[in-house]
Design a protein around this ligand. Sequence first.
Ligand SMILES: Nc1ncnc2c1ncn2[C@@H]1O[C@H](COP(=O)(O)OP(=O)(O)OP(=O)(O)O)[C@@H](O)[C@H]1O
Length: 265
Amino acid sequence: MTATHIELAGVGKVFIRDLQQTVALKQVDLDIRQGEFVAVVGPSGCGKSTLLRLVTGLTPATSGVVRVAGEEVSGPRSDTGIVFQRATLVDWRDILGNVLLQIQLRGLDVKAYRARAESLLDAVGLGQFMDRFPFELSGGMQQRAAIARGLIHQPTILLMDEPFGALDALTREQMRLDLETLWTRDRMTVFFITHSIDEAVLLADRVVVMSPRPGTIDRIFEVDLPRPRGLGARVDPRFADLVDKITRIFLERGVFDDHRPSLVA
Ligand SMILES: Nc1ncnc2c1ncn2[C@@H]1O[C@H](COP(=O)(O)OP(=O)(O)OP(=O)(O)O)[C@@H](O)[C@H]1O
């Protein structure tokens, strides 16, 4: 059995603003193993991004504890990489420069990471575009650069918050394939937030389904699909079965309304 890498124990988060309390997360318990790919799906506002931010150390938990590699998270860590929905590259640096900026900001030796930056950009299909500036690239290409940037400092954990959410459907499909390839190669632990049930099942070892706010874990599904999954996984009956099971949970919780009550068995 592989060691626990990320541990959330009794985690809660309450935001207070203008004397108003928002209970974003309540009693979240989750262990993620070293090298595991875990996807989180849940309705809008259920606290998915908040959960991810607790793991990054950017936001403290109100209750409970978050541990990474056995240590309580109390601030940003050097062993985690983050990719958000928007690439947010700086427009005065070329793509290679954007990736290496991450190294500079972390006070590491830029020269020592140059070859790795080039190899990562190659791996995400940007080998020919390293000297281009962000405005010269499509949204999908910018997001590829953001993934390379998230991995440049060799994090053992990759935290991804809707990383493909702003991309067109075809680019999104390709990015999923690329991410699976990268993960197979480097086996970092991935904590992946998405609104797409299909995407979660296609990519993850386990899919965590969250309840509407206050967010808590409703169900966890193991995804028993062979790897590499590639494009073929969609036609596997186990894929359809899992997507259906998760969809039904959202139907039962009132997240979806199919207008056909008989569908909720
Ligand atoms: N900094 C903050 N201050 C106050 N409330 C916040 C803050 N961040 C998040 N919230 C609230 O916490 C709840 C959970 O937000 P969060 O962004 O984590 O949800 P989400 O599941 O990621 O949503 P979405 O899927 O729409 O991105 C929401 O009600 C949100 O308004």
